[in-house]
Write a protein that binds this ligand. Structure first.
Ligand SMILES: CCCCCCCC/C=C\CCCCCCCCCCCCC/C=C/C(=O)SCCNC(=O)CCNC(=O)[C@H](O)C(C)(C)COP(=O)(O)OP(=O)(O)OC[C@H]1O[C@@H](n2cnc3c(N)ncnc32)[C@H](O)[C@@H]1OP(=O)(O)O
Ligand SMILES: Cc1cc2nc3c(=O)[nH]c(=O)nc-3n(C[C@H](O)[C@H](O)[C@H](O)COP(=O)(O)OP(=O)(O)OC[C@H]3O[C@@H](n4cnc5c(N)ncnc54)[C@H](O)[C@@H]3O)c2cc1C
Length: 662
């Protein structure tokens, strides 16, 4: 039997209506890219330097920190030896480090991008190569104990001293202690520190400064710097998220990252084109979270769908064999929307990447007109996709019954890692309110006759009045228009409600707060509508075999119909959709669930996620769940001895004394 695939899973694969490989090629941008990705991953998976460690869930925090640090350093060495190119870097690193993100990774994820986004050409010359070669290791130190969301409220100061041409970095209070930055506690020797810039007696708001925090000789904290780890977290414990305090630490003037704003040697402040350019690295990182959300949901769907085809339980019809649990409609209703959302987010992430490149390209040439839209889109998409992903992973976990709750399933770790993305890089509610702010502005502009463009164009094009008549609820165009109508109505309603509150005498700020639940819902509806439209356009326009287009069309229908039925009230509110339309959408949804059932395994296989990335006994490609579940449990440290030492220490004396009383 060894090496054979579970027969139920094998049958699922034989019966798929489309060629899985063709869909994989579409997801990754072509057959050559898929081949290359697999090859690069195989270099890491076959490397003995990365194997042999215990399963991370059985390790202590210190073991985990050391083991992932060691792996991360091995990747640096291998990248050189194997001539891994820039294009293949993240594939290689993700494969080698899939067991947990080390603190060192923040150099790649946040420190280098900040130098790239915020540094002048000279500063890039000075800092980039050492960071890329890991001669220096860096953190992105922005958040403080007292303030994460409200960047303008940060308390760390950078005061310019023209007499020495230095900035003095200082933490004036306990709450100004930098708190949370990844890799800051133990790993990094440099950090980009966000601090309030003071020069010539005036505060100019938060700016980024390059600060050395540890000695390059012996790694002890630099004079005036206090550092440490903030302690274990829900997940991500290979990472030393840390704290830092600065006591009048002096750095040269040239260490302020000066691509946008500058301080001249005499202390004169030179304004940037927009004060928000200091936040450009956050916009970039938020954009990357959209693909992380897609990948995390793809991973969870892969695990749960494969397991649901291996797992047999109960009786559907008396006397018949136990069915695969995926044959229960309720199981399909739990899992297929997560699968569909993973595809929808994958395509949305692709759009986000293109938008980011295009708008930052224009900004490089001095055109700042796209900045607000880029911020609103990246904040909204980050918030929406990570929230759906986090909830969706938990649905997948519960859909796996008891075994889903075990670390063997990989789902608890995936959930606790994935859910951190709802908070990191801008808390989700706060981010969605940023999108709402942009939408209200756009609404006001459209009311005064301006034609809107880009992702908000529909706000001026869609009529808020109800439309009557029969609808074909399976038509993607009909679904997209319904989503746009819903969003436009909700944006209008929230904006008008705000105006009413202000007319009643409330200040703009109070009116905003008292409408913020409406505003959040409107912004969510806007992002949801964008994701549906982008999915539908991708499915309709992409060059691909018809069998692949057919299954993607069903998936897109499922995504829309699920959204419409789950949020039926929003669509019914002004009579845009009728009760009959919602009934039709529910019936169609049931039909699409049944239609997708035979393709479910092929659809998750198409994500092409290797077992070594999934870390899941339940989601194994070969479906040999039960024997591996048994083997996995043997590794539990509690099983190292037949009788555990605490028996001798506690249980034995306790039982003995109790027995004596008998
Ligand atoms: C190698 C790893 C291997 C992993 C294995 C992979 C396997 C794959 C399989 C599965 C995948 C699993 C998924 C897991 C992935 C794991 C990855 C984990 C990575 C974790 C890394 C974490 C790193 C985290 C870093 C951080 O968190 S850094 C800190 C971030 N902090 C924030 O984001 C703060 C948020 N706050 C703000 O941005 C602002 O303060 C604000 C809330 C936006 C308000 O700003 P403020 O200045 O107060 O402005 P306002 O007055 O409100 O507005 C004025 C005006 O400006 C506009 N504005 C605001 N911001 C921007 C902007 N950025 N750009 C443009 N405009 C902006 C605002 O809208 C206003 O506009 P108007 O006046 O016109 O209305
Ligand atoms: C895993 C992880 C990694 C991180 N890595 C880094 C890092 O590398 N570098 C770094 O600098 N930081 C990092 N952070 C910190 C992170 O960026 C912040 O935690 C995040 O921005 C949220 O800020 P906060 O903690 O201040 O939340 P808070 O703002 O205190 O949020 C608490 C509650 O208040 C609400 N709230 C706050 N403001 C408003 C508002 N204006 N309107 C309505 N509601 C509001 C929020 O919605 C939330 O419900 C990391 C955090 C995590 C969890």
């Amino acid at each position: 039997m060894a090496g054979q695939v579970n027969p139920d899973l094998a049958k699922e694969r034989e019966n798929a209506s489309f060629n899985t490989q063709k869909l994989t090629n579409l997801l990754y941008g072509g057959a050559e890219k898929v081949r290359r990705r697999r090859y690069i991953e195989s270099l890491a998976f076959s490397d003995p330097a990365y194997s042999g460690d215990e399963d991370p869930v059985f390790m202590s925090r210190e073991e985990l920190y050391s083991s992932q640090l060691k792996r991360a350093l091995t990747t640096v060495q291998r990248v050189k030896e194997l001539n891994i190119t820039e294009e293949d870097l993240s594939t290689y690193r993700n494969a080698a480090l899939s067991g947990g993100m080390p603190g060192l990774a923040l150099t790649w994820i946040a420190f280098i991008p900040t130098i790239l986004q915020q540094g002048t050409e000279e500063q890039k010359q000075k800092w980039l190569k050492p960071a890329q070669d890991l001669s220096i290791v860096g953190a992105y130190a922005q958040t403080e104990m007292g303030h994460g969301t409200f960047v303008r409220g940060l308390e760390t100061t950078a005061t310019y001293d023209p007499s020495t041409q230095e900035f003095v970095i200082h933490s004036p209070t306990l709450t100004s202690t930098k708190w949370w930055p990844g890799g800051l506690g133990k790993t990094s020797n440099y950090a980009t520190v966000m601090a309030q810039l003071y020069t010539q007696g005036k505060c100019y708001g938060p700016h980024n400064f390059m600060v050395q925090i540890r000695s390059l000789e012996d790694h002890t904290p630099c004079p005036g710097v206090t550092l440490g780890d903030i302690g274990p977290k829900m997940e991500g414990n290979a990472n030393d998220n840390g704290f830092a305090r600065f006591d009048h630490v002096r750095i040269p003037r040239e260490n302020m990252l000066m691509k946008f704003a500058r301080v001249e040697p005499d202390g004169t402040y030179v304004q940037p084109a927009s004060s928000k350019l200091a936040y450009s690295n956050m916009v970039y990182l938020r954009g990357t979270f959209v693909m992380s959300a897609a990948q995390a949901l793809a991973s969870a769907s892969t695990i749960a769908v494969r397991y649901s085809c291996v797992r047999r339980q109960s009786e559907m019809k008396p006397g018949e064999p136990e069915p695969q649990i995926l044959d229960y409609q309720t199981q399909q209703y739990k899992l297929f929307p997560q699968l569909a959302a993973a595809y929808a987010f994958w395509f949305a992430a692709r759009f986000m990447t293109q938008q980011h490149a295009s708008i930052t390209g224009s900004m490089e040439k001095g055109d700042m007109s796209g900045l607000a839209e880029l911020h609103a889109l990246s904040a909204g998409l980050k918030s929406y996709t990570t929230a759906v992903m986090s909830a969706g992973i938990d649905v997948c976990r519960m859909s796996c019954g008891g075994h889903g709750y075990s670390h063997a399933s990989g789902l608890p770790a995936l959930f606790s890692t994935g859910t951190s993305l709802c908070t990191a890089e801008g808390e989700n509610t706060v981010m969605m309110l940023q999108t709402a702010r942009y939408l209200v502005k756009c609404f006001v502009q459209s009311q005064s006759g301006k034609t809107l463009s880009g992702t908000v164009a529909y706000l001026s094009a869609v009529q808020p009045s109800p439309v009557s008549g029969e609808r074909n609820m399976s038509d993607l165009g009909t679904q997209v228009t319904a989503f746009q109508h819903r969003a436009a109505r909700m944006v209008r309603h929230a904006a008008l409600q705000m105006q009413t509150e202000m007319q009643k005498g409330k200040s703009r700020e109070d009116a905003w707060n008292s409408c913020s639940v409406l505003l959040i819902k409107a912004a969510q509806a806007h992002v949801h509508s964008f994701v549906v439209r982008n999915f539908a356009e991708t499915v309709q326009t992409v060059e691909v075999e018809e069998s692949v287009r057919a299954v993607l069309t069903s998936l897109c229908q499922l995504y829309s119909l699920h959204g419409i039925t789950e949020h039926a009230g929003d669509f019914l509110m002004d009579g845009y959709l009728t009760g009959r339309d919602i009934d039709a959408a529910s019936s169609l949804l049931s039909a699409v669930l049944a239609q997708l059932r035979p393709d479910a395994v092929a659809l998750v296989d198409a994500f092409d996620l290797h077992d070594k990335m999934l870390h899941s006994v339940l989601g194994r490609y070969d479906g040999r769940v039960y024997e591996h579940l048994y083997q996995w449990a043997q590794k539990s440290p509690l099983n190292k001895t037949e009788v555990h030492e605490s028996y001798y220490k506690y249980l034995q004396p306790f039982l003995k004394s109790n027995r004596a009383k008998l």
